[in-house]
Design a protein around this ligand. Structure first.
Ligand code: KIV
Ligand code: ZN
Length: 516
């Protein structure tokens, strides 16, 4: 008997981007969207087009480029939001407008200051307005997890009658428990007279660590769309993680009455890309995509796996996209070998110039590092691509002197707004000195909320990957840089963060106020 299809709706580029510090450039969003398309995600929520001109342009660009996934734009239940979302998804082969309004007493009274009747009226208005533009309209009851059951039935029935094809039940604050949430979704489907005219969806936050459990419980009770993100990225504790939802369904076909169309072999490369772009590392013990997810440390486990893999493994590492951490390239590798390995890693080059620039960076790295691993290539390509973007600041040269018993002294040369500028500074350590020199060129300061260094691979010649998070008057931004020299990697990360601060206008948050 054939199974129902579970629609995988990825919101890494919208809810994921709402994590403080996870903002992404248009180019980064396109790269992630292309990976999601390759993974065969059904719906990609590209952003919240009314939030800023940058968000609008990103959704529009994704809608123009991605062909095999539906592209969705988020809109509050407001005319201006819906019109803007409609404009952004216009180029899509298949476009969706996702409109929402809060339905819980606490949100209606304190945030919206609207009566339940007004909320129903606004929901119906929004769905009808969205249907002027597309048949594919999704309606969400924000904070459904704390909404009254009878009111949910009323608003959902009205939204379906107005033309919503997907009804999303978000547990916005991550308050729900699997048995209770699954039961609620099942009862909604059973009690709403026109429920058969819509696909029921869930969108769970992870405040109690139950986002995946709640989503799967809802699937057992009839939900046929799950909203999720790569690495579980998202507001506060994040959203349900795509890789966990997809693999639970794949590993337990005996339990779940559904299947997805996801190509799981793209999971790990996509997870790495999202982690590098956002600067949010993946914890080593994270299911499916953590570095230790398939590592067997204890002798008994190792022995068992060697004798028969399935003694301790419920899925194969290769099936979710782990490749052997093998040496792939080195100093003597040619242009063709380099290009072929990038293709094997699903890194597409858009032009000969991009290949030439990337190859010259590869040669430069191979001069300093003997063995080049897949991880090195991924980071190298991230850096090569950021270098091609139009940026306010570019690191031209760096010289740091560290001597025992003396304060380190740094000299930095930056191209700042097209003009070469030099600064010197002394600091508590070499990175501190470099950051002070950069700040004196930029002419501003910001609070350094996070500074972290990770080895990309092992060995003392490994590249260090530095992530910084800056807080500038409440705006949080991250920067990222990699190099075999960690002081240079630190400088790259700081310059990257200042470039983002210089380029990103203030954005509106979808859930801050409704403004009805
Ligand atoms: O968490 C939430 O309620 C949301 C909605 C906008 C769907 O992200
Ligand atoms: Zn959310």
């Amino acid at each position: 008997m054939s199974k129902d299809r579970l629609i995988i709706f990825d919101t890494t580029l919208r809810d994921g981007e709402q994590s403080p510090g996870a903002s992404m450039t248009q180019e980064e969003k396109i790269r992630i969207a292309l990976m999601l398309e390759k993974m065969r995600v059904d719906v990609i929520e590209g952003g919240f087009p009314i939030a800023s001109p940058g968000d609008f342009e990103s959704v529009k660009a994704i809608a123009s480029i991605v062909k095999d996934s539906t592209i969705c734009g988020l809109a509050r239940a407001l005319e201006k939001d819906i019109d803007r979302a409609a404009e952004a998804i216009k180029p899509a082969n298949s476009g969706r407008i996702h409109t929402f309004i809060a339905t819980s007493p606490i949100h209606m009274q304190n945030k919206l200051r609207m009566t339940p009747d007004q909320v129903v009226e606004q929901a119906v208005f929004a769905v009808k307005r969205a249907r002027h533009y597309t048949d594919d309209v999704e309606f969400s009851c924000e904070d459904a997890g704390r909404s009254e059951f009878d009111f949910l039935c009323r608003v959902i029935e009205a939204a379906i009658a107005a033309g919503a094809r997907t009804i999303n039940i978000p547990d916005t604050v991550g308050y729900q428990i699997p048995s209770v949430f699954g039961d609620m979704v099942g009862r909604l489907i059973a009690n709403i007279p026109n429920a058969d005219k819509a696909v029921f969806s869930v969108h769970c936050h992870n405040d109690l660590g139950l986002a995946v459990g709640n989503s799967l419980a809802a699937v057992m009770q009839g939900a046929r769309q799950v909203e999720c993100t790569i690495n579980g990225l998202g507001e506060r504790a994040g959203n349900a993680s795509l890789e966990e939802v997809v693999m639970a369904i794949r590993v337990r076909p005996d339990v779940f009455p559904v299947e997805t169309r996801i190509d799981a072999t793209h999971i790990v490369p996509t997870s790495r890309l999202v982690s590098s772009v956002t600067g949010f590392p993946v914890q080593p013990n994270k299911a499916i995509v953590g570095a230790n997810a398939f590592a067997h440390e204890s002798g008994i486990h190792q022995d068992g796996v060697l004798k028969h893999r399935e003694t301790y493994e419920i899925m194969r590492a290769q099936d979710v996209g782990w490749s052997d951490n093998k040496i792939v390239l080195g100093k003597h590798s040619g242009r063709n070998a380099f290009k072929t390995r990038l293709q094997e890693l699903n890194i597409e080059l858009t032009s000969e110039e991009e290949l030439n620039a990337a190859f010259s960076r590869f040669k430069d790295l191979a001069d300093r590092k003997h063995d080049i691993f897949d991880e090195d290539l991924m980071v190298l390509m991230m850096d090569a691509r950021s270098a091609q973007e139009d940026v306010a600041y570019e690191l031209l040269a760096l010289n740091v002197c560290s001597t025992t018993g003396e304060a380190p002294d740094a000299k930095v040369i930056l191209k700042a707004h097209g003009k070469e500028q030099t600064a010197r500074a002394i600091g508590g350590g070499p990175v501190d000195a470099v950051y002070k020199a950069i700040e004196s060129i930029v002419g501003e300061t910001a609070t350094l909320a996070l500074y972290s260094v990770n080895n990309i691979t092992s060995g003392t010649d490994a590249q260090g990957e530095v992530t910084v998070r800056l807080d500038k008057g409440g705006r949080i931004i991250h920067g990222h840089g990699a190099d075999t020299d960690i002081v240079i990697a630190s400088a790259k990360a700081y310059v990257d963060a200042w470039n983002k601060l210089a380029s990103q206008a203030l954005r509106e948050h979808p859930q801050h106020h409704q403004g009805v």
